[in-house]
Write a protein that binds this ligand. Structure first.
Ligand code: PRX
Length: 625
């Protein structure tokens, strides 16, 4: 059998003989008590994987390896910000995780409680995540680049008992304090105020005390040498919540289970990423995003591999830094975003060629569309296969991909190849009819979603069903992406069909940006769109209408509001104060028309527009960028 046939056989089995397929994959992890059934799908679209099984993620990611590979490095921490490197063995990780778990118990955290982790890229972040799942607590990691409003909405939704934070992170050599943002966030919450545990890195230059804060260093010292037995939880027990953006301003908490999550992670390393125990994986992402959860933390550690946790920029101190890490640590699998590669592309291939990359077998790219040019450039520069993989926070692991572990199929530039195991794809036209090859449509997945995919939206089953399963054809999962597939069954992703934008692989909702702008007292209304950008994929352009008698704020002041409320990643590149916005007669802002004009396209026929002059207002504004 060639690789194509091997894929076809396994893929067909994952759909046609689903239970047998996943039963086999489930052997890759340790079950304290075996599951009764592979799948409970009695209450569609809610899928429960491996019901009856008892297990623990931390046991699988740490304890198991301590016995077999205690001296092996689990985490290599490299910070080009504080110029430090550290290697943590599985034995040492076991010690740190147990002490942290013991501290969590002392702070009154019990199974099912939520713990919000708001930390920079330091080993303690991984230790905290593992300590949570060790005792059955549910972590919610908030990306360190998020600010007060984003934090407050996540605290309100998850109602954590504890927040773990640090004095500061660093970015590009600049200290970025965390505590002032948290203070501002806490001032805005509606739920009971959580306890706050602070890891003091000695970076913050101005003190920012938080009432009742607990100092990590002195607290953890009391737990030296303590061990905490892993809490054996049901397979469906929530392991974590990760917030992501959608059409509305309110972020959605994607809830992940325990058993399905682990099986998904393990089999993805086996078949997709092709990483074996003992090998080194480097995911250049952030633990605050799903790529970080899955491929910095859980998949490598569950596999008994070594993971690199990198704090810093990919071009600092020079654009060869990542390649030097690949050489220094004999990395076999590198994972990052197309934007990072486009950034490196600008500095030239010499930075790549200057290093011994003989250990590197495959580069994986995900998070945003990978343009053909970049795909071709990096493939030639590295001389190894470069795999585009398409997935979402919701799924936690690839939906469409090539399979380095199984044996790669032919790669086509611009295509994330074919469906991963268990994903039954459907392409629909606007009326809900199924499409064949070579026609663009909405990409859907026929449920049950495979193991590892979100089990629900935290605290809101109805919103889960309504958001993802209520398109033209009921009971299909909507990815909210347009796609097309060719005669060979290769998929091509053509962008989102909702109001989600993707800046440098960071997913944001236009509504969130608009709501942040509206917190400024002078702003009456706002519209934000994601315009095409050669480097970052998309950039944000915002249009703001002011209150009639307000003092006129500067554009920079308005941009700064977004950065302060959501974070620097959401700061609009362009912002215009305009007299009005194009709207329908029923008062809805026509973002599609704004986007078309902002990208220099014709907005087309707009039969429902209230005042067509507003299109000129937008045209005029974008001409003055
Ligand atoms: O629009 C798709 C785009 O990113 C969205 C998901 O973003 P997020 O939840 O942050 O998860 C990222 C996980 C890698 C998708 O709906 N996207 C992701 N990967 C690709 C992509 N678009 C095109 N090609 C990809 N490979």
């Amino acid at each position: 059998m060639n690789n194509q046939e091997r894929y076809e056989t396994m893929y067909r089995r994952s759909i046609d003989d689903r239970e047998a397929f996943w039963r086999e994959q489930a052997e890759l992890i340790h079950w304290h008590k075996p599951f009764d059934r592979v799948l409970d799908y009695d209450n569609p679209p809610f899928a429960q994987w491996f019901p009856g099984g008892l297990t623990n993620i931390c046991y699988n990611a740490v304890d198991r390896h301590r016995e077999e590979r205690g001296d092996q490095t689990a985490i290599i921490w490299v910070s080009t910000e504080v110029e430090q490197r550290l290697e943590v063995s599985y034995r040492e990780l076991y010690r740190q995780v147990n002490e942290m778990a013991s501290l969590l118990l002392e702070l009154g955290i019990v199974s099912g409680d939520r713990v919000l982790i708001y930390l920079p890229m330091i080993p303690e972040a991984i230790v905290a995540m593992l300590a949570c799942v060790r005792i059955g607590a549910v972590h919610s990691v908030v990306f360190g680049g998020f600010a007060a409003l984003a934090l407050a909405s996540r605290i309100d939704d998850a109602s954590p008992k504890l927040i773990i934070t640090a004095d500061a992170g660093m970015r590009g050599g600049k200290v970025t304090p965390y505590k002032p943002l948290l203070v501002e966030g806490l001032a805005a919450i509606a739920v009971e105020r959580p306890q706050v545990l602070v890891i003091d890195r000695g970076l913050a230059t101005t003190p920012c005390p938080i009432a009742g804060e607990i100092d990590f260093a002195s607290a953890i010292a009391r737990h030296a040498g303590r061990e905490v037995a892993p809490e054996w939880v049901e397979s469906s027990h929530p392991s974590y919540i990760l917030y992501t953006s959608g059409t509305t301003g309110r972020p959605k908490g994607a809830q992940r289970d325990t058993g399905g999550h682990m099986v998904a992670m393990r089999q993805s390393m086996q078949w997709i990423y092709g990483v074996q125990p003992g090998e080194v994986m480097f995911a250049g992402s952030d633990i605050g995003w799903v790529v970080g959860h899955s491929y910095i933390v859980y998949a490598p550690l569950l596999t008994g591999a070594t993971t690199i946790l990198y704090e810093g920029l990919p071009i600092r101190p020079d654009p060869g830094i990542w390649w030097s890490l690949v050489a220094d640590y004999r990395v076999s699998c590198l994972f990052t975003s197309p934007t990072a590669i486009r950034l490196l592309k600008k500095t030239g291939a010499d930075w790549i060629h200057a290093h011994d990359l003989s250990s590197l077998r495959t580069l994986f790219l995900a998070g945003e569309p990978l343009d053909k040019e970049t795909h071709r450039w990096v493939t030639e520069a590295l001389g190894i296969p470069v795999v585009d993989n398409y997935w979402q926070t919701e799924t936690g692991w690839p939906i469409l991909t090539n399979f380095a572990g199984l044996g790669l199929m032919e790669l086509k530039f611009g295509s994330p190849t074919k469906p991963a195991f268990g994903y039954d794809m459907v392409l629909l036209d606007e009326s809900g009819a199924e499409l064949g090859p070579n026609t663009k449509g909405s990409l859907m997945i026929r449920p049950p979603l495979p193991p590892g995919c979100m089990s629900t939206i935290w605290g809101d089953d109805a919103r889960f069903v309504q958001t993802y399963f209520s398109s033209a054809r009921q009971m299909l999962y909507a990815t909210f992406d347009y796609a097309i597939y060719d005669d060979d069954g290769y998929y091509f992703i053509m962008g989102r069909n909702d109001d989600v934008i993707n800046v440098a692989g960071h997913r944001l909702g236009t509504r969130e940006v608009e709501e942040a702008l509206c917190t400024h007292p002078a702003v009456a209304e706002a519209a934000a769109v994601g315009i095409q950008d050669d480097l970052k994929g998309q950039e944000i352009e915002a249009f703001v209408v002011l209150m009639s008698h307000a003092a006129i704020p500067s554009e920079d002041e308005l941009k700064a509001v977004v950065a302060r409320q959501i974070g620097g990643i959401a700061k609009p590149k362009f912002l215009h104060v305009v007299p009005g916005l194009p709207k329908t007669r029923s008062g809805k802002v026509i973002r599609r028309a704004i986007l078309a004009i902002a990208e220099g396209r014709d907005p087309g026929e707009l039969p429902t527009i209230e005042d067509a002059k507003m299109l000129d207002v937008i045209r005029d504004a974008v001409q003055h960028r």
